[in-house]
Write a protein that binds this ligand. Structure first.
Ligand code: HEM
Ligand SMILES: *[C@@H]1O[C@H](CO)[C@@H](O)[C@H](O)[C@H]1NC(C)=O
Ligand SMILES: *[C@@H]1O[C@H](CO)[C@@H](O)[C@H](O)[C@H]1NC(C)=O
Ligand SMILES: *[C@@H]1O[C@H](CO)[C@@H](O)[C@H](O)[C@H]1NC(C)=O
Length: 316
């Protein structure tokens, strides 16, 4: 009798563990050993034709993980009246979905029904950083894909107009700390932003200032030139790091020069703790890289879905 109970408890423990969503570094070791190189090939070949691909992939992964966990919800297409995250207004300008599709197609040929779309995006984000001259990290795998994607969920993303308390709250809701916030924001050392994302800082900032006084004045007038109040070229992109397209620590140097684009970037100077980290990473690329690799694994481990999609754009 006692043995029977002990055996039942053992069985229960085993089933609890095997149904847990813990990610692991050798998740595909037996079922799809070439997963890393297959994804890397897709990202490398797309990047050789379009240099804007890596930044977009990294942002897509961030986006995916903040909404419903890293479950590939950003990859789902709208269905009839149901607008998906990717089609939320204003235009999110995410445009690397075909890279995930290409990787998925190659993976379905090599190991059908095994690799989740959420894992593909996590691997692609790592490759994007490496191809941009940034650090390498090992990506734990085993994410599941979700079955829901809603345009209205976009409202829960942090806004570029957020101050430091709002950013802290948004990150802590996802189990991410202020350390993670400062390290991950360094992703803004690559890629482009559209005028709308920093419009609030360069026109009608508040009742007494047309321009955000925390912006460097000559930099602010340059931005006004690129982004006039009545903007006819709404799709004009401004590089977030005008000095280089590589994954370096310029982002933090720009904050200290008051030349970062978003209020949410400049806001990192708003708490003593985050301010100290901005100074630290501005003076050491290696310290930034170590912190980024550490925090991005945390970000990409936020739990999500239920299934392994066959097509990343459609639920099974
Ligand atoms: C802290 C809060 C954050 C806010 C408010 C924010 C906001 C934004 C905004 C408004 C853009 C410009 C989009 C556009 O105008 O097209 C952008 C771009 C970007 N973000 Fe963030 N972001 C945040 C954190 C992150 C994190 C944590 C990552 C990745 C780890 C990230 C990666 C990127 C990248 C790579 C781009 C450039 C995209 C491209 O060139 O296509 N961001 N972000
Ligand atoms: C959204 O932006 C992308 C990339 O910038 C562009 O190709 C696409 O046409 C835009 N879509 C709409 C509906 O404006
Ligand atoms: C940030 O903004 C919120 C909402 O507008 C406000 O309540 C809060 O006091 C602000 N915090 C800081 C540090 O400025
Ligand atoms: C406008 O913003 C500046 C800088 O944050 C601040 O010093 C000033 O008091 C603000 N003015 C109003 C009317 O809120």
């Amino acid at each position: 009798m006692a043995f029977g109970v002990a055996f039942l408890i053992l069985l229960l423990t085993i089933s609890l563990f095997s149904s847990s969503d813990a990610l692991s570094l050798n998740h595909y070791a037996k079922t799809c050993p070439d997963v890393d190189s297959i994804v890397t090939n897709a990202v490398t070949s797309a990047t050789s034709r379009d240099k804007t691909i890596p930044a977009t992939l990294l942002r897509m992964h961030f986006h995916d993980c903040l909404i419903r966990g890293c479950d590939g919800s950003i990859l789902l297409d709208s269905k009839g009246h149901h607008k998906a995250e990717k089609d939320a207004a204003p235009n999110l300008s995410l445009h690397a979905f075909f890279v995930v599709d290409n990787a998925k197609r190659a993976l379905e040929a090599a190991c059908p029904g095994v690799v989740s779309c959420a894992d593909i995006l996590a691997l692609a984000a790592r490759d994007a950083v490496v191809l941009s001259g940034g650090p390498y990290w090992s990506v734990p795998n085993g994410r599941k894909d979700g079955r829901v994607s809603r345009a209205s969920d976009i409202a829960s993303m942090p806004s570029p107009t957020f101050n430091i308390s709002q950013l802290q709250k948004s990150f802590s809701l996802r189990g991410l700390s202020l350390d993670d916030l400062v390290a991950l924001s360094g992703a803004h050392t690559i890629g482009f932003a559209h005028c709308a994302a920093f419009q609030n800082r360069i026109h009608n900032f508040n009742a007494t200032h047309d321009i955000d006084p925390t912006l460097h004045p000559t930099f602010a007038s340059k931005l006004q030139g690129r982004c006039p109040l009545h903007n006819t070229a709404k799709n004009a992109g401004v590089p977030m790091d005008p000095y280089s397209a590589t994954f370096d620590n310029n982002y933090y140097k720009l904050i200290l020069q008051r030349k970062s684009l978003f209020s949410s970037d400049q806001a990192l100077l708003g708490f003593p703790k985050t301010k100290a980290l901005v100074y630290k990473y501005a003076s050491s690329k290696q310290a930034f890289w170590n912190a980024f690799a550490n925090s991005v694994v945390k970000l990409s481990s936020i739990n999500g879905g239920q299934e392994i999609r066959k097509n990343c754009r459609i639920v099974n």
